[in-house]
Design a protein around this ligand. Structure first.
Ligand code: GLP
Length: 260
């Protein structure tokens, strides 16, 4: 695991974009795993800049997003479909048929049995197979939740888990309520790639910035590998890069970090 600490959010985002760009230049039909949240917004801005000013070509790139809230339509301004369109896809030359964001409109769900709901189970299997069909994810972008979650794999998620429905923790609901009019509007469930699915990507690129991530970053990098901090699974990955700003790295021991 390589942890590279940057002066600030801008430098971290630029480095992330350079890494992605180098992978696309090496393999134009890269299978790129994407994340949402406030963290990768700067990375996506920089990628757009590279597309516009340096001709970074997305015409053959295939994308898979990590997750989506259940029950909010793709046109909702807090859906991850909407986020990806607004923050990246509308400004690059990606082929819409190469884009995959988990579907999350399943109609009425019975909360007590949704994990076995055939519509959801079938969709999750399809998503996993679709990733396999394209040869697996080459590089997966990740953020990290304040509680150590990756995608929507909340603490306690099996480190071998696959794409499935997850109930969000109160912390995540509260953290993400800043994007909604009120906490009541935040969906309680999501479809998410599993930790096992994520770990199969050939390369992982996790970004973290701000004081609010310092404990989670420390637990992920220096803590025990445990389902209670799903991001700690990255310690087992052969090619995991963690990019941070100074604030998110503030609690790391010096021997774990290099400076970008
Ligand atoms: C959400 C997403 C994660 C993301 C996390 C952190 O819960 N499902 O993929 O990493 O929030 O978000 P932010 O970058 O806004 O702190």
């Amino acid at each position: 695991m390589l942890v590279v600490v940057h002066e600030d959010y801008g430098a971290m985002s630029k480095k992330g974009a350079e890494i992605i760009a180098s992978r696309i230049r090496r393999k134009p039909n890269l299978v790129l795993g994407l994340a949402t949240g406030s963290t990768p917004v700067g990375l996506y801005k920089e990628i757009i800049r590279l597309h516009k000013s340096e001709g970074l070509d997305f015409s053959k790139v295939i994308t898979f997003n990590l997750d989506e809230y259940i029950g909010i339509p793709p046109e909702h301004d807090q859906s991850y479909h909407y986020f990806m369109r607004e923050n990246l896809f509308k400004d690059i030359n990606i082929n819409p048929s190469n884009v995959h964001v988990p579907h999350a409109m399943f109609g009425d769900l019975n909360i007590s049995s949704f994990e076995t709901d055939p519509k959801i189970v079938q969709f999750c299997e399809w998503y996993e197979n679709e990733i396999k069909k394209y040869g697996g994810i080459d590089i997966q972008v990740l953020g990290i939740g304040g509680n150590g979650h990756i995608a929507f794999n909340e603490p306690g998620s099996s480190l071998g888990s696959r794409t499935r429905i997850k109930t969000l923790t109160e912390k995540t609901v509260k953290d993400n309520s800043r994007f909604f009019k009120s906490v009541k509007e935040v969906p309680r469930y999501a479809i998410t790639m599993g930790v096992g699915t994520i770990m199969e990507a050939r390369e992982l690129l996790l970004l973290a910035n701000g004081d609010g991530k310092a404990d989670a970053v420390k637990a992920a990098v220096e803590g025990p590998i445990t389902a209670m901090c799903p991001a700690s699974a990255l310690q087992l990955h052969q090619k995991a890069i963690i990019l941070t700003d100074k604030k998110a790295a503030a609690k790391l021991s010096a021997e774990f970090v290099t400076y970008g």
